[in-house]
Ligand binder design. Sequence first.
Ligand code: ADP
Ligand code: YYY
Length: 221
Amino acid sequence: MAELIPVLTIDGPSGSGKGTLAQRIAKTLGWHYLDSGALYRVLAQAALQKDLDLNSEKALADLALTLPVWFSVAEDGLRVWLDALDVSDIIRSEQVGNAASKVAALASVRQALLQRQRDFRQLPGLVTDGRDMGTVVFPDATYKVYLTASAEVRAERRHKQLKEKGIDSNLADLIVEITERDERDQRRQIAPLKAAEDALVLDSTQLGADAVFKQISAFIS
Ligand SMILES: Nc1ncnc2c1ncn2[C@@H]1O[C@H](COP(=O)(O)OP(=O)(O)O)[C@@H](O)[C@H]1O
Ligand SMILES: Nc1ccn([C@H]2C[C@H](O)[C@@H](COP(=O)(O)OP(=O)(O)O)O2)c(=O)n1
């Protein structure tokens, strides 16, 4: 029974550290990892490549149902594939992030990706991050965390992260983009970004990644 397989969900706004912490904890525990945001990002990337209108719900839901997205684990972390193409870096741009947030507001797109996400619940356990992991996709998760930080600090982290990847960005633009994306994700009708009632809420504005890792590790031990 899938319900007996442990799950740790980490939800929160953009740049709060979900992916970094989720991957580190999955590696430590030897559990599987699902980056749910990558599914929406790959869908957005595929839609942009096909020049699809980001409001055309039926076409996007059909694309989501058959999307040839898959993951592999490399030395430097998760690799994301769209068919035979490694899209790990291209999907991390704010342009794709914004498009992902738009397609993610469509009910039939979310429905099309629901079972695919639940299928990641495999022994010995799953760590997953996103917006609705603890509220909608895995409401019965064993442990739920909601990770947040101020918009300024999150934008600064993203700025640094993009710079390390050799991608140019402007800090002031990033603050605006991240704030707009958070608002869209929070205000949408279906599966909005919010903390599950039974989640541990962690504000990492003043906490380094190691300190957050320690707090989550203590929470699940
Ligand atoms: N607590 C933290 N303090 C400082 N930097 C952090 C912290 N958590 C994550 N980071 C860094 O911030 C950036 C964004 O983190 P990421 O895990 O991609 O966020 P999210 O998945 O929530 O968008 C990464 O470069 C990561 O190394
Ligand atoms: N479970 C999820 C995960 C992501 N999304 C949407 C909303 C987000 O703005 C985009 C991109 O998500 P992603 O987690 O990759 O974004 P960040 O790394 O936090 O910036 O996808 C979602 O609606 N539900």
